[in-house]
Structures are given as C-alpha cells and as structure tokens.
Ligand binder design. Structure first.
Ligand code: TAP
Length: 517
C-alpha cells in the first residue's frame, strides 16, 4: 500500500519540493532555513481564516522575525474534523508496527535537520544554541524513538474472574487509543514539549492537533513539514499556531476532542479542566507550575552542589518548569555557597544565543521579561537581600535579564512562594540539626513538581525522598530527566505523567471483554 511504499522509499527521497507552503527564509547560524508560517491541517499548509497572523519577535534583538498564521475557532474546528476523519480512516489502516516505523523515520528526519531545528528554536525562543541542540532538539528526538519502541508492545491482560459453573469465562483487557487528542504547550521548550506529548499520543494510536505557544510556534511548523516527509497520513498530526484564549480554548471546548494534554501555568490549567468537564468530560492531564525546593546540607560535595545549584536555577535562563524555586542552604555553609555562586555568575557569558560560548540568552518574550523585573522589585520591597542582578543586562538590546540572587528570603515573602520562571535564585538558611523543620518548609508550597537534596549521607537523602511531596526527587544531581522516566507533578503542579511507560496510559483507554463459553 501507499504507506508502506512511502516507508520503503527511505527518507532521502528529495520530496521536500513536493510540500508547498508560504514561509520565510531564516538566515542565521551560517544557514538559510525555509520555515513554514501557515497552519498545518490535514497534511497541507494553509492560511488562517481571514488571513489573520501573529507577530513573531526575535527576543535577542526585539525585531519582527516573521508573521505566522493565527488560528481561529473555525480553523481549530477544521483541524479537529481532519483528525477525527483520520482516526476513523487512514490511521486505522496503519498497524502498530508501521506506526513505530513512521515515528522512527520522523526521528531520523529530525536528527538530519537538528542543526536547522536548533537554530530556529534559538532565534525564536532565545534558547542557547548548544543547549537547544542537546536538550530542546536532542531530547525531542529521543522521545520519538523511545515511544516508537512502545507501539507494538501495548498489551492488555487476561484476568481470572469467577465463572458461573459449569460455564467458563475468559476476561481480557484491550488498551485502545482515545481518539482525537488536543495538545496545548508553553513556550519554554517549544519542540520538546510538543514531542513529549505527541510522541506518546501517536504511539498509543491517536490522532492529534497541537496549539503551540503563540510566542514561538516555528519549530512546531518545521516539525509539521518533517511529518509529511516521514509519511504520516493527512490529519494524523495538525499544528495550529494561535492564541490560547481563542484556538486553545476552542480545542478544550470541542466535543470531538476526547483528551487534552496540557502543559502551562496553574491558573490556565484550572480553567482548562473546567472546560474539559463542561464540554464532553474529556480526559485531561495537566503539567503545571512549580516552586521546587532544593535542600543543601553542609555534608554535601560543595563543588557539586554549587554547580548543580546553579543549573537548578539558571538552566535555560530559568525558563524551566522544574527549576529550583527555592534553595535551602544549611547555615554552616551558606556564606561560602553564596560566595561561590556569585564568583561563577560574574564569569557567566551573556549574549547572542547562537554564539557557541554563550551560557545565558535572552528571556523568551517581553511580557515575561517585564514580570521578572516586577518580581525582583517585589523581593526588594519585601526586604529580601538582592545580592546580584535583579535588572536588565545593562547596555544590551534584547530581553536579557541579569542572573539574579536573593538571600535572607523569609518563608512568607511573595518571592518565596511564587514561581518566577526566570533566572532568579532564592536562598534561605536552615539549621542542620533540625531536619524536621526544613522538611516542613520545603513542603509548605501549593506546588509539587520537583525537588532536590545534596548530602553525602544516604539516610538523610532517602528520608528526604520519603518525606518530600513532589513528583520528581533529585539526589546529588538536578535537571536529570530522561525520556524513559515518568515526569509530572503533585498538588497544584497537576496530574498525569509525560514520558516513560506511564505517559502512554494518559493517551489510552482500557476496554474489558468478557466471554462465556
Ligand atoms: P500558560 O499561559 O498557561 O500557557 C500555556 C499554553 O496554554 C499556551 O499555549 C497558551 O496560549 C495556552 N492557553 C492560554 N489560555 C488558554 C485557554 N483559555 N484555553 C486553552 N489554552 C490556553 O503558560 P506559559 O506562560 O506559556 O508557560 C509558563 C508556565 O508553564 C509556567 O507556570 C511553568 O511552570 C509551566 N510549565 C510547566 C511544565 C511542566 S512539565 N509542569 C513545563 C513547562 C512549563 P498562548 O500562547 O496564547 O499563551
């Protein structure tokens, strides 16, 4: 059949010329990259209703990069109808193993285009290129490969139930795809958030539409082009750049969407859950905000604690959902810890994210940048001690925010409780002989996404892991995520897992079949 023929042709068929779209040529990183700027619905690129567009701004220079189609409610409906038709049509003809092959082929194409994708991500979102290559794009490719492997290993159970003698009974379960899934993602890791969700969703046999964050939808559109080259049937994957309040809301409200996978802020997550309930009681999973505690005991390897403590906050310019929102440092090492952090910060290279020596790029967009300024002003007004940064990088165009450190932060301060989502380290002291009290303080947050502890004492570390109320615990490391390990929060950080085998369950339903014989 056509799909198998496409698969056999290999990925180097030079078919890119067959995909027509309106786009722009990004000249950056010594490359010229064609990037689509239209909606991607039912396998083709097309304009939004009434030709509406979004302005895409380059955060490094605050200049207009391009205009991208902005989906309306009617466009969202068009995408849902396409996904619905594909789910009951062409996608049903594709066997689980063929699905895995398509996903592997897509991953290969992403790998072949990884420098292009990383360049686009860097220019669009301000991600440092070297990090974009390794994490934003690298982990996206890993996710597609990991979930491709699951496609033909999704199995039910046979279950011994009580028969009505003399008859026998066979009861078994089937894991079935849910149908059309809506995916809504934030701006901090645009392609990676898409991949974490979509790879699990597609592996489970669903069709989908994604509404990427309006500030940086470009890698999602380049990805859509690659999905055509990989041979995905039309309608299986649809990409709808647009506004959350309009296109996103339309997806959450749509009666033909059976599942919503959301990553974003807690307030929007709460709102979306209500829409899911009110529309058609669609299943939803929510990966929301965090204010993750990192506890550093005096008996740690201090070099390592400083290195990981820095990256727990400043990784991806703090636009990292599991970023350590609060550091509790044991009083005996507090001053030395702060001294070493400041020493490292003074040598941190801030600048063009495409430059290979840059460690810290611009924040994603202006509204976020402005909120960070406000966050720091609040901290100062509350009486926390601002020991570094807290302002725009002097004399630089672009949304460059100084890596920032606050000490003497009291538990009831705004900056101790609220997520900044930026490069702002919030440090408080604790007394090492009173572990109960630091555990209480670490857990006294509405969030429960991640956490970390640094200590050489294995009992202390395991006690921390037992007692902390968070979905992820790092011991003597931070930010160590992997596509095979489940990821997701507790409390107001949401529910449902991305990644790992557990993520598949978010995109499947269990049917129980009972036969008397
Ligand atoms: P949000 O403002 O919540 O936006 C997330 C997505 O939801 C965007 O695509 C947004 O569209 C869309 N949206 C907004 N209103 C909507 C509505 N009424 N209906 C449907 N969709 C709607 O978050 P953000 O500012 O982009 O991202 C930052 C937040 O995400 C932080 O709190 C961070 O902690 C969290 N985050 C969590 C994780 C995990 S794994 N837990 C990972 C990354 C980020 P627009 O493009 O129009 O805004």
């Amino acid at each position: 059949d056509l799909l198998i023929r496409t698969l056999r042709q290999g990925s180097s068929g030079g078919s890119s010329s067959k995909i027509s779209y309106e786009g722009f040529t990004l000249k950056a990183n010594k490359r010229e990259i064609r990037v689509p700027t239209q909606l991607f619905i039912n396998g083709v690129f097309l304009d939004a209703e009434k030709q509406r567009t979004l302005d895409i701004i380059n955060p490094t220079n605050e200049q207009l990069l391009c205009k991208v189609a902005c989906a309306s409610v009617a466009d969202a409906d068009k995408a849902v109808q396409a996904a619905h038709k594909a789910f009951y049509g062409s996608w049903k003809q594709v066997s689980a193993r063929q699905r895995g092959l398509l996903m592997l082929r897509l991953a290969d194409l992403m790998e072949q285009h990884k420098e292009e994708l990383a360049t686009i991500e860097s220019v669009d979102s301000g991600a440092v290129y070297t990090l974009a290559l390794k994490t934003h794009i690298g982990m996206s490719i890993d996710a597609w490969r990991y979930f491709a492997g699951w496609c033909d290993k999704i199995q039910g159970n046979t279950i011994p139930v009580n028969p009505a003698r003399p008859n026998n009974v066979l009861t078994f379960t089937r894991k079935e795809p849910i149908g059309v899934c809506g995916l809504i993602t934030p701006w901090n890791y645009p392609l990676m958030m898409l991949s974490w969700k979509m790879a699990a969703c597609i592996a489970a046999g669903n069709t989908c539409l994604i509404k990427p964050a309006q500030t940086c939808p470009l890698t999602a559109l380049k990805f859509a082009e690659l999905s055509v080259l990989a041979g995905f049937p039309p309608g299986v994957i649809n990409v709808l750049p647009g506004k959350g309040s309009e296109a996103g809301q339309a997806v959450a409200d749509h009666g033909l969407v059976n599942k919503l996978g959301f990553t974003g802020s807690t307030p929007v997550g709460q709102h979306i859950m209500k829409s899911c309930a009110a529309s058609n009681l669609k299943k939803c999973s929510l990966e929301l905000g965090g204010k993750s505690p990192l506890v550093i005991f005096a008996d740690c390897d201090l070099d390592k604690a400083v290195r990981h403590g820095m990256s727990s906050v400043f990784f991806n310019k703090g636009e990292n959902c599991i970023a350590a929102g609060r550091l509790f440092v044991e009083d005996r090492i507090h001053d030395e810890f702060v001294r070493r952090v400041l020493k490292d910060l003074r040598t941190m290279t801030i600048g063009d994210p495409l430059n290979r020596s840059t460690a810290h790029g611009p924040q994603n967009h202006k509204a976020h940048f402005d909120k960070l300024i406000e966050f720091c002003e609040t901290g100062v007004a509350e009486g926390a001690k601002l020991v570094y940064g807290g302002c725009r990088v002097p004399n630089m165009k672009g949304y460059f925010f100084m890596p920032t450190v606050f000490t003497d932060v009291a538990d009831d301060m705004f900056i101790a409780k609220e997520e900044s989502f930026g490069p702002i380290m919030i440090i408080s002291k604790f007394n090492g002989s009173d572990v109960d009290s630091v555990m209480l303080r670490a857990n006294r947050t509405d969030y429960g996404l991640a956490s970390g502890v640094f200590t050489k004492d294995i009992s202390k570390a395991l006690n921390f892991a037992d007692r902390i109320d968070a979905g992820t615990v790092f011991v003597n490391v931070y930010n160590k995520t992997d596509v095979a390990a489940p990821f997701g929060g507790f409390k107001q950080s949401g529910f449902g897992k991305d990644l790992g085998q557990e993520a598949l369950n978010e995109y499947m339903k269990t049917k129980c079949v009972t036969i008397e014989y």
